[in-house]
Design a protein around this ligand. Structure first.
Ligand code: G3I
Length: 339
């Protein structure tokens, strides 16, 4: 059986072109990945082909969110998520779980409720126990808590925060660890990649959790960027370094770079986009505790960002027709320079 397995793995690996993000990243022992949408994964062969060729880790864009996996109080539905797990297994890819606790993508039975604190604690514990147990052994990490902090660095006004209080964060990590002690447990947030009010608040939150022995392994930097105000690479590097001093890993978890807010021709904006992708990958490669570089999708055909017909947004590294953009070529070059 082992021989067969090795043959399958070898065969899978041997099909990965030497000039691909996946091949070059694997040479450096870092994960390079993309968020995956269940629909195109199911019915778009080109989507599947590029995904398997270029990436070695996947994040379900929506398939593991509360609303999707727990649509009714007494019903769970893992259909979409299991399909993504199955695709990853077939192509020898890892999976990041996203996300157990967030203020968005919660079902109506939860949002329109007036559960007491005790009831909500029971619901959240059962949700985490059930979902983490279902995927136990199939994920390398979980985004346990997502976006709990406001841009001003305060605790956000989620249902969890309002009814339970800040304790929900620590409890979520402890419950996730109980059901999958092997998975890396991450706090994931947006606009906290560089240095400033929000990244300081994230740093203080995770420092406190670590000091109190809460099972927390890393911080996710979402990296939803634009051309107007990307974080300074040196600030991102310093932020990653101070998290390393806490013993924490960093994953770049959701990178995309909007171009419609930039200035210049579309060609100039695509070049500026490529430079930002390259800078952030370089920062991650140079940081020993930065272990994953994951995009929020990979083709402009499937992005969460609004599409204005006259100037369609193009935040990712392949265009609408799966053709490599300057950003893709810049990432390849950045990986090659470090191999
Ligand atoms: O699947 C339903 C479909 O059946 C229905 O007809 C349609 C219209 O109501 O909605 C579809 O669900 C949508 C889902 O995306 C799948 O397309 C939800 O309404 C919509 O809210 C959801 O948006 C997602 C958003 O998170 C909220 O969950 C985006 O795709 C997703 O890219 C975005 O991702 C987030 C990360 O999870 C966290 N960080 C920020 C990032 C961007 O907002």
């Amino acid at each position: 059986m082992l021989t067969l397995t090795l043959l399958i793995v070898t065969t899978t690996e041997s099909r990965i072109p030497r000039i691909s993000l996946r091949f070059l990243a694997q040479q450096q022992g870092i994960w390079i990945g993309a968020a995956v949408s269940a629909q195109p994964l199911k019915n778009d062969a080109h989507y599947q082909e590029v995904l398997a060729r270029e990436f070695n880790i996947l994040t379900p864009e929506n398939a593991m969110k509360f609303k999707t996996v727990h649509p009714e109080r007494l019903r769970y539905d893992f259909t979409k998520a299991d399909a993504i797990i199955s695709f990853a297994k077939t192509h020898n890819m890892q999976v990041r779980g996203h996300t157990l606790v967030w203020y968005k993508s919660n079902p109506d039975w939860l949002n329109k409720s007036n559960f007491t604190r005790e009831q909500l604690l029971d619901i959240l514990q059962e949700h985490i126990y059930t979902v983490v147990s279902h995927f136990r052994g199939k994920l390398v990490s979980w985004d346990v808590v997502n976006e709990a902090i406001t841009p001003e660095g305060k605790m956000g006004g989620s249902l969890w925060q309002k009814v339970i209080g800040s304790e929900y964060i620590e409890l979520a990590f402890r419950w996730a660890h109980e059901k999958d002690p092997q998975a890396g447990l991450f706090y994931n947030d947006v606009s906290g990649e560089g240095l400033g009010q929000k990244s300081d608040a994230i740093y203080n939150l995770v420092k406190d959790l670590r000091q109190r022995g809460v099972p927390l392994d890393g911080v996710g930097f979402q990296m939803h960027l634009n051309l107007k105000s990307p974080p300074k690479p040196q600030d991102v590097a310093k932020n990653i370094e101070r998290l390393a001093e806490l013993g924490l890993e960093v994953h770049i978890t959701e990178m995309d770079v909007e171009i419609n807010t930039g200035i210049g021709t579309r060609k100039e904006r695509l070049a500026a986009q490529a430079s930002i992708y390259s800078q952030m990958l370089q920062v991650c490669q140079e940081a020993p505790n930065c272990k994953a570089f994951v995009l929020w999708g990979f083709t402009d055909r499937h992005t969460w960002l609004r599409q204005s017909p006259d100037d369609p947004e193009a935040p990712l590294i392949f265009d609408q027709f799966y053709r490599p953009k300057p950003a893709y070529k810049a990432l390849i070059k950045t990986l090659q320079q470090n191999n």
